[in-house]
Design a protein around this ligand. Structure first.
Ligand code: AKG
Length: 247
């Protein structure tokens, strides 16, 4: 199944928990090559930098960087995501999320989908790819298993540790799963699975490349978002075409 990356057991675990770890997506050499390309993007594209003190964020890098495009459009990545979701997918966007050395700031618990201007998308999925070893001390991800069942929540503030739990106090007492990754490993998470990332306490930048896929049924709901703002879309328009390619 999916070029051996994803087994039937992993699919079942993903659907129950809302996340799963997939080891060995990239060789060490490939991870190092993509990391070098990511750091070059960070140095050269000041204008797309955002994310405040939590991380440096570069959105839709695949559209302008040939090396990162290879990673975003990697066929086995899309095949694994498709197997996990069980639906044909499109690319929503990619982004590089870089936690600077000694950044010391957590990405606080949040769900992703409430940030997105999407309708008709019950099961979007993100791949979070480690481009160097990411132990807990460098900013790895922690997930709340089963929290993707909470489809009713408004957007939460990823800079505020109390935001998700203020909306949903019961989730504070659920078990948490923290997943350190080796270079080239990745985690997949559902767009409604609550997650956070630890601070980077180390001397090396934490470089994660995140690729987000949505079902081909996804339409624009009219909400503001950096990826759709320039497009002048009508509410109800499909998110499709060359900017949101089928994968
Ligand atoms: O890497 C991080 O700091 C957070 C990542 C995240 O929130 C995501 O990929 O949805």
């Amino acid at each position: 199944m999916a070029g051996e990356l994803v087994t039937a057991e992993m699919v079942a675990r993903y659907r129950a928990d809302g996340f799963v770890k997939v080891g060995g997506l990239l060789s060490l050499a490939a991870a190092a090559r993509f990391r070098a390309a990511a750091l070059a993007v960070m140095e050269s594209r000041e204008e797309v930098r955002s994310g405040g003190e939590v991380f440096d964020q570069h959105v839709n890098v695949w559209r302008h960087d040939a090396v990162i495009r290879e990673l975003t459009l990697l066929p086995r990545l899309a095949a694994a995501a498709t197997a996990l979701v069980g639906q044909p997918l499109r690319l929503w966007h990619d982004h590089l999320l870089i936690k600077r050395p000694h950044g010391n700031v957590s990405t606080e618990f949040h769900q992703d989908q409430p940030y997105w201007p999407h309708a008709n998308s019950p099961d979007p999925i993100s791949a979070w790819i480690a481009l160097q070893d990411v132990p807990v001390e460098r900013g790895c991800m922690t997930f709340l298993p089963g929290s993707h069942a909470r489809r009713d929540l408004p957007a939460q503030n990823l800079r505020d540790a109390g935001s998700l739990f203020g909306l949903c106090p019961d989730l504070q007492w659920e078990p948490r799963v923290t997943l350190p990754l080796r270079a080239g490993d990745c985690t997949f998470h559902h767009g409604r699975c609550a997650h956070m990332a630890t601070p980077n306490l180390t001397t090396e930048a934490r470089v994660a490349h995140v690729v987000i896929f949505m079902e081909r049924t996804t339409t624009f709901n009219g909400a503001a978002h950096v990826c759709t703002a320039p497009l002048d879309l009508a509410v109800g328009a499909p998110l499709a075409g060359e900017l949101f390619p089928d994968v």
